[in-house]
Design a binder for this molecule. Structure first.
Ligand code: PDD
Length: 284
């Protein structure tokens, strides 16, 4: 099945899909995005992702490209036309096409682009069984990381540093030595006392939808957690480390920089939470 992309009202062959060179997303990174997981042909946490998209748009005073209901229909159509069973759908909204000038253009409609791709559940499962490594890097991002902006330069530099060092992800660390989040994931630890900890929601991190769903499922299962910042030292000395995102689900981390976590195998709590999250996805 050939890939199809949606661009401003049209379903186009992926290879021919393009936007204008003066799209503000291209020139200013003046846009926001969402990545929604598809499992068994169904979107996971569609409403949560759309709520966050609407919030990002509103924080940037950007007009939604269409109402929520038709947007959902386009998303379903993109998934259908691409024949995705398991994978992701990517949505991007920018402030539209206008001659390059910093202030918001007047009367210009937002641009909407969507793509979809398959993800290999087997590859992800193999990663989860083996565990992944992370490196720590300084968080050099702006002060509004709660907005899911397409302006991702610090994130890609962080991810590249991880890749260069043979790691899967980079955990970013703020000026106080506290872990904020991964370059495209939220960070969690199980500390030496066995407490499950993840950072609180603020302008410092993205409010991960996977994070929120996992917290909800944990609460329903009576699993205790602590919502607070943790330091790099706590991270390095943690009993277990894991990360969450729409493309990684719950993924155990077995190494932080040069420090092996636990016995170097995915921890039992991380695996239990991974299962809890997967059960939630399948039950949806
Ligand atoms: N990234 N933190 C950052 C900086 C992210 O970019 C993401 C998601 C997350 C996890 O959020 P969620 O659970 O809603 O996926 C946390 C997506 C997957 C990406 O950029 O590809």
């Amino acid at each position: 099945m050939s890939r199809i992309a949606y661009v401003n009202g049209q379903y186009l062959p992926h290879r021919d899909a393009s936007v204008h060179i003066e799209d503000r997303g291209y020139q200013f990174a003046d846009g926001v995005y969402e990545v929604v997981t598809i499992v068994g042909r169904k979107m996971i946490d569609e409403e949560g992702h759309l709520d966050r998209l609407w919030r990002s748009l509103s924080e940037l005073r950007m007009a939604p490209p269409m109402k929520r209901q038709p947007l959902k229909m386009v998303m379903r159509e993109v998934i259908r036309q691409n024949g995705i069973n398991n994978g992701i759908i990517y949505l991007q909204v920018t402030r539209g096409v206008a001659p390059r000038d910093h202030p918001f253009p007047k009367g210009v409609p937002s641009s909407l682009v969507m793509t979809a791709k398959r993800l290999s559940m087997e590859k992800l499962a193999a990663k989860a069984e083996a565990g992944v490594s992370v490196v720590t890097v300084p968080d050099i991002r702006w002060a509004r990381r709660d907005i899911k902006s397409v302006s991702l330069l610090p994130n890609i530099l962080a991810k590249q540093e991880a890749k260069d060092k043979g790691a899967y992800e980079a955990f970013q660390v703020d000026e106080d030595g506290m872990v904020t989040e991964g370059s495209s994931t939220n960070a969690w630890i199980v500390n030496t006392e066995g407490k499950i900890i993840t950072r609180d929601i603020s302008h410092s991190i993205l409010a991960g939808i996977t994070r929120a769903s996992l917290l909800r499922e944990m609460k329903a299962a009576g699993i205790e957690m602590e919502i607070r910042s943790f330091s790099v030292e706590e991270l390095r000395n943690a009993r277990e480390v894991f990360l969450t995102s729409s493309t990684s689900y719950v993924l155990p981390v077995t190494k932080v920089d040069d420090k092996v976590i636990g016995n170097g195998r995915p921890g039992s709590i991380s695996l239990k939470l991974r299962k809890l999250y997967q059960d939630f996805m399948i039950a949806k």
